[in-house]
Design a protein around this ligand. Sequence first.
Ligand SMILES: Cc1cc2nc3c(=O)[nH]c(=O)nc-3n(C[C@H](O)[C@H](O)[C@H](O)COP(=O)(O)OP(=O)(O)OC[C@H]3O[C@@H](n4cnc5c(N)ncnc54)[C@H](O)[C@@H]3O)c2cc1C
Length: 195
Amino acid sequence: MDGLKDLGIEVITSDRLVAEDKERGVVTLKSGKEVKCDFLVNCAGQKPNSGLIAELSPNSIAASGRILAKPTMQIDDDSLPNIYVCGDVAETTAANPNSRTARGQASVAADNVILAMDGRKPTNKYKPQWMEAFIKLTLGLDKSVTHMEDFSGTELLFPAKETDLALMSAGTWVHMGATPFEDDTEILKRFTSEV
Ligand SMILES: Cc1cc2nc3c(=O)[nH]c(=O)nc-3n(C[C@H](O)[C@H](O)[C@H](O)COP(=O)(O)OP(=O)(O)OC[C@H]3O[C@@H](n4cnc5c(N)ncnc54)[C@H](O)[C@@H]3O)c2cc1C
């Protein structure tokens, strides 16, 4: 929170946006508070797109709208053993679904699909790992905070200084097998020479 305040960001908690008045340039919150606003990015919540499975197997849809999954990442419907689900749309025991969770689950699903194609039983199981839940939030270009939580709910926060102006994007490209900053554009050249 202090890191965000240092960036001049006002953080309002326990409230949510209910209306936008573009002409007056204000948004109204549930509490009745009005906030001046010249550009609104409304990112309040995700909705799982599980309609396809809801038609096929209504009982596989959790109250959250996500799709109930077995540890093998098959949907939780014994009559449809060849349908797998992973990532954000899957209802699993993962504490904080994110890209690491999605990748781990996808890997289990892929291995099980290969076994099934070979006429064998899908035996690989997804087990949440506590490391999956850790997340690093950059606060502007030179600060970050890393959040970790174990299965007991114990939380740790590590504030840090950042020196990579490209916000670790080079490592991400390398991880995906690509050469970072390969595009030969003036903007990128200027940017990488600053890094
Ligand atoms: C703002 C934000 C920041 C985040 N930051 C991080 C982070 O720093 N680190 C991290 O690990 N995770 C982060 N996450 C979470 C991470 O993005 C998700 O957990 C991850 O992308 C889940 O992967 P997925 O493949 O399950 O879903 P998605 O990445 O959402 O992919 C699902 C895809 O399916 C497509 N789709 C949906 N319905 C259909 C359909 N009927 N037919 C065909 N295609 C369809 C969608 O268009 C989408 O492309 C962040 C999420 C958000 C919203």
